[in-house]
Design a protein around this ligand. Sequence first.
Ligand code: NAP
Length: 315
Amino acid sequence: MATIGNSELDIFPLALGGNTLGWTADEATSFAILDAFMAAGGNFVDSADSYSAFAPGNSGGESETVLGNWKASRGIGDEMLVATKVGHHPEFTGLSPQNVAAAADASLKRLQSDHIDLYFAHSDDPETPLDETAAAFDALVRSGKVRYIGLSNYSPGRVAEWLAIADENGFARPVSLQPHYNLVHRAEYERGYAPLVAEHNLGVLPYYGLAAGFLTGKYRTSADFEAGIRGRMASQYFSDSGLAVVDALAELATIHAVEIPTVALGWLLHRPGVVAPIASVSRIEQLPALLDSTRLVLSDLETDRLTSLSNTIDA
Ligand SMILES: NC(=O)c1ccc[n+]([C@@H]2O[C@H](COP(=O)([O-])OP(=O)(O)OC[C@H]3O[C@@H](n4cnc5c(N)ncnc54)[C@H](OP(=O)(O)O)[C@@H]3O)[C@@H](O)[C@H]2O)c1
C-alpha cells in the first residue's frame, strides 16, 4: 500500500481503470472484475463522468453508473476508493465553476455516494480562468463532496500555476497527477512532470499503463490492430523500437514465469513518483496478470535493460 501524495488515501499498488466498465465489459463482467480486484486487495478505481461517451450508443456516465450499482449491490463504502473526472462529459464540457458543481452532483448521483475520494480535472480548459476552476474545486472540498483534487493532462506550467493559485488563495491543493506514462511513452512525464512531482510531493497515477494493450504483447503486426475495439488506440505505439520493448518484456516474463503485461506494469510501478499504475481489463481472465505486477521483483539489471531499450522512444 502507498499514500497518494499529501493525502490520506492509502492505496493498493495497482489502480483499476474504469473506462471498460459498461463499455468493453458489460455490467455482469464489470461486477465480476470489481469483485476479483477487491478480493485481491485492490481498493482504488479510476473513472470519469465521460466514460464511455466515446463508444457508439453510449452517452457518458456508464462507468460511474456500473461502479455505483456494484458498490450498492455489495454494500461497499470506503473500502473501494473512487476517483472520477470532470470536463469531458457531453452535457458538462469544460471547467467553468457552474459546470464543475453540476457535473460533480451528477457523478455523485451515478456513484450513489455523498463524496468522491479523488476528483480530477480531466484536462485543461483554456476558456475558463484557472483561478475560477481552482475555486470551484476548492468549494467542493469545503462542502465535503470531494476529499482530494487531482489534475490530468495539464501542462507542467499549468499544474504549477494551479498550485500557486491554491497557495495564494488558501484553496485545497491538488495532491495527484494523472499523466499518460508507460514504457513506450516516457519523455512527456519524465522531462516535463517529474521535477514538479518531486517538488510538491504529488502522487502519480499513470494512465495507459499498458499502452491501451500494446504492452500486453498481443499486437505484433499491423494486421493485429484491426481485430477488436481497442486496436486503433494501441496502434499509436506501433514501431520497431516499440516491438523491441515488447520482445524484451516477453523474455523477462518467461524468466519470471509471469505474463508480458505483468512486467510492463512492474517496471512502471517503480518509476519515481508513481504510486500505482492505472490499467483496465475487459475480461476477468486478464486481471491476474495485472495483479501479479504488484508482487513482481525485477533485478536492477532487468529494470535497466527495459529503461535503456525504451530511452529513445518518443525522445
Ligand atoms: N486521464 C485520462 O485522460 C485518461 C486517458 C485514458 C485512460 N485513462 C485511465 O486509465 C485507464 C487505463 O487506460 P486504458 O484502459 O485505456 O488502457 P490500458 O490500461 O493501457 O490497457 C488496458 C487494455 O489492455 C487489454 N488488456 C488488459 N490486460 C490484458 C491481458 N492480461 N491480456 C491481454 N490484453 C489485456 C484490455 O483491452 P482489450 O481486451 O479490449 O484489448 C484492456 O482494456 C482507463 O481505464 C482510465 O481509467 C485516463
